[in-house]
Structure formats: C-alpha cells, structure tokens
Write a protein that binds this ligand. Structure first.
Ligand code: T4K
Length: 382
C-alpha cells in the first residue's frame, strides 16, 4: 500500500530570495556609512553597473529602483505612443507601463511552446498607430528574437523586451539584451539575482543610455539644466550593495536550481497529462521559474484543483500568469482582449503551475514536492 506523502512542516513558497552572509552585507554598509552617499549614483551603484556586464553582456546598463519603473522609463525614452503590441501572458507590469503613458496595449496571442509572443500573429495586429512591440521572455524563455527583429525592421517599429525573468539568458551564445532596442531585467527579491527591489535596462545605443539616465533622475542634466520631463527611479546604495553581495553567488544558485529542476523533470515527466519544461535547449536558461503544464483532459484534474490541493501539503505553487492581463479590469474591453483573439494564451493560462523553485529548496525537498504533486493527481478531484 502506498503511503501518503507528508506535508511540509513550514510553508514552501514559489520563491525564496538568495541572502548574502549578514557580515558581508554589513561590510558594504560600513563603506556606505563612511562616505555617507546613500543614493544618486554612488560607489556601490557604479560598481554594480560594472560587475553586471559579466551577466548581461557588453551593452550599456542603467540601474533602476525596480523593474517596472525601468520599463516605464524605457517606454518614454523610446518615444513609444499610440498602440504597442504585447502579450497577455505576463505580469501586470507589462501592459501597465504602456497604459501609464496613455498607450493602448494590443494583445497578440502566444506560441504554444515558448509561451512568448507568436511572431506569426504580430503583423495582422499592426495599424498606422502602432509604434512598437513590447515582448516578454516569459520564465526566461527567449522570444523568437529573429522573427520579431525582421518584422520590426520591415514595419519601422521599436522593440522593447521585458526580460524580467531573463537574467543570464543567451540565444546562440548572444546575451539576450543584444536583441531589440532595449531589454528590462527585474532584480526583485523573487528573482534569481536581486537587489531586494531593483531592475535594469540594457541597450546597445549610447545615446539611449544617456537618455535613460537623464529620465530616471528628473531629467536633470546639471545644477541649472533640466532637459526632459523625468521621474525619480534611481537605484539606491543599499540596493546596489545587496546586488554586489549576490552577483558572484548566481552561478552556485543556478547549479542548485538545475539540480532541483532535474529532480522535478525526472519525477514528473512520466505523469500522463503533465508537461515539464525542457532544460537542454541551445539557450542558456535563466532558471527563474519551473513551470509545469497540466492538461485536465489527460490528468482528470484541473490545474486549479492541483494548486489548491498542494496547499494541504504546505506547498504554495503559483499560477503565473493566470488570469491573463487581457482579463484584468482595465483591459478586458479592448478589442484585442477577446478570447477568440487569444486562444493559445487562454488555454496555456489555465494549464500553467509554477512549482517552488530556489536553490535552498534542495533535491530532497524537491522529491517531496514531486511526491505531493503525483499523489494529488493520482487521487483526482476531491
Ligand atoms: N515584467 C514581468 C514579466 C514580471 O514578472 C515582473 C515582476 C515585472 C515585469 C516587474 O518587475 P518588478 O517591478 O517587480 O521589478 C512577484 C514579484 O513581486 C514580481 O516582481 C514578479 N514579476 C512576479 C512574477 O512575482 P507576486 O505578487 O507573486 O509576489 P509575492 O509577494 O506573492 O511573492 C511570491 C512568493 O515569494 C511569496 O509567496 C513568498 C516569496 N517571497 C516574496 C518576497 C517578496 C519571499 O520569500 N521573500 C520576499 O521578500 O509578484
């Protein structure tokens, strides 16, 4: 007789931030205390910008106090207006940054496998008002960057990537941020690399970098010159110090996550109706999220029922990204939000389940998560 898996003693969440040695962080704090520079591009900020090139490529990096403000500033710096094509299968921040600028998001369906914008459906959504494409490297899966580049060149559109999950992702050996006009990375606490809250824009054009730096600092060029309508979105020294403590720990964290992902793949791939992510793509995966797909027709149990039942095991998985952004109150009445326009995104949104995924979870706990998932599916709906 099979025994029921044991619930976890403590709640297991989808993410858990890497934390540096406390003494390491206080060493950075001592340096901050000594010079009394807490913000506005101090020594920690300068050093972090320099150190991040190893992970984000040789483009120009501009640091921000969070990923949303970084994206919002990039929308302004790129002069996007009118309509911008984007995906409904993303976090609220993606369409919100457009709406905050009075730009209409136009939702286009996603590709079944990468879960990113389907380039085959972009052109039909372009109108005379379209100025750009805001595509998302969901879970760190790269968009079809070549096809998007081709369309953007042909139609004269700007390309902004939301790479909130794509820290370290490469395509054919190229850092992901070398594609498009600019790429945003989130350094939120739940991300592989973090600064508690934070983010960055990476871009190839030095003029754009100057404009981003201007806009995130009120548009101030010098003590007597304000050149643009800017905001205050600067990363402060305490955030940058956290980043400096963690930047070298990313490789070890990724190795631990890889081991967890291998356990998940090994134990869950055989469950009928369950699809696990591929780990051996010619792409360097950011290992940000581990997302299962649960096909109710085959498993006999809905994703939502699995999500709820896992809570009895003290496992708090997340349904990133359900509901779709096109179903949020501010967007549901847009013509592009119609279900018929987004059949793949609607189906995928009902199948995805992100399991707890962080290095400190360890392979033993990962085995227990798998046992719980398998047991929930075997038992079927309660
Ligand atoms: N674009 C995309 C595609 C994004 O996914 C995001 C953010 C953005 C743009 C915007 O970037 P930021 O402005 O955030 O830099 C979380 C994150 O807050 C958010 O950054 C992230 N995406 C989104 C996918 O996930 P919630 O509402 O799910 O967070 P929360 O508080 O429920 O956290 C999830 C779990 O993580 C908790 O159950 C416990 C654990 N946790 C969380 C925090 C904050 C910790 O253990 N420690 C912590 O400090 O949004």
């Amino acid at each position: 007789m099979s025994t029921q898996p044991r619930p976890f003693e403590q709640p297991i969440y989808v993410a858990r931030p890497m934390l540096p040695e406390f003494a390491d962080y206080t060493r950075h704090l001592e340096a901050i205390w000594k010079c009394a520079i807490l913000s506005n591009g101090g020594p920690q900020h300068i050093e972090l910008e320099r150190r991040l090139h190893a992970h984000l490529g040789e483009g120009h990096i501009s640091l921000f106090n969070n990923g949303t403000n970084a994206l919002m500033t990039a929308v302004k710096a790129l002069d996007l207006s009118g309509e911008v094509i984007t995906t409904p299968f993303t976090f609220a921040a993606t369409p919100h940054v457009l709406s905050w600028h009075g730009i209409r998001p136009v939702f286009v369906d996603i590709d079944e496998h990468s879960m990113t914008l389907d380039p085959g459906k972009i052109e039909a959504a372009i109108t005379p008002q379209t100025t750009g494409i805001l595509a998302v490297h969901v879970y760190g899966n790269p968009c079809d960057v070549w096809a998007i580049e081709h369309i953007a060149r042909k139609r004269g559109l700007k390309v902004l990537y939301d790479g909130a999950h794509a820290f370290g992702t490469k395509v054919e050996g190229r850092p992901i941020a070398t594609f498009g006009d600019a790429t945003m990375f989130s350094f939120h606490a739940t991300k592989l690399f973090h600064t508690a809250e934070g983010g960055a824009i990476v871009m190839n054009d030095a003029n754009l970098k100057r404009r981003m730096d201007l806009l995130k600092n009120f548009g101030i060029a010098d003590e007597v010159t304000v050149r643009a309508v800017g905001v205050n979105s600067k990363m402060n020294e305490l955030q940058a110090a956290m980043g400096l403590c963690l930047v070298d720990a990313v490789a070890e964290e990724k190795a631990k996550r890889h081991a967890v992902a291998e356990v998940y793949n090994e134990r869950l791939a055989g469950l009928p109706g369950v699809t696990v992510p591929r780990l051996a793509d010619p792409v360097v995966d950011s290992l940000q999220y581990y997302c299962l797909r649960i096909d109710r027709r085959e498993t006999g149990i809905s994703r939502d029922a699995v999500y709820d039942a896992l809570k009895h095991y003290n496992i708090f998985a997340r349904r990133y990204f359900y509901p779709l952004c096109s179903d949020y109150d501010p967007y549901r009445d847009l013509p592009s939000s119609a279900r018929e326009n987004l059949p793949v995104a609607n189906r995928v949104g009902e199948e995805v389940l992100c399991l707890p995924f962080f290095g400190a979870l360890g392979t033993e706990a990962a085995e227990r998560v798998c046992a719980a998932v398998a047991s929930v599916i075997a038992e079927g709906p309660r």
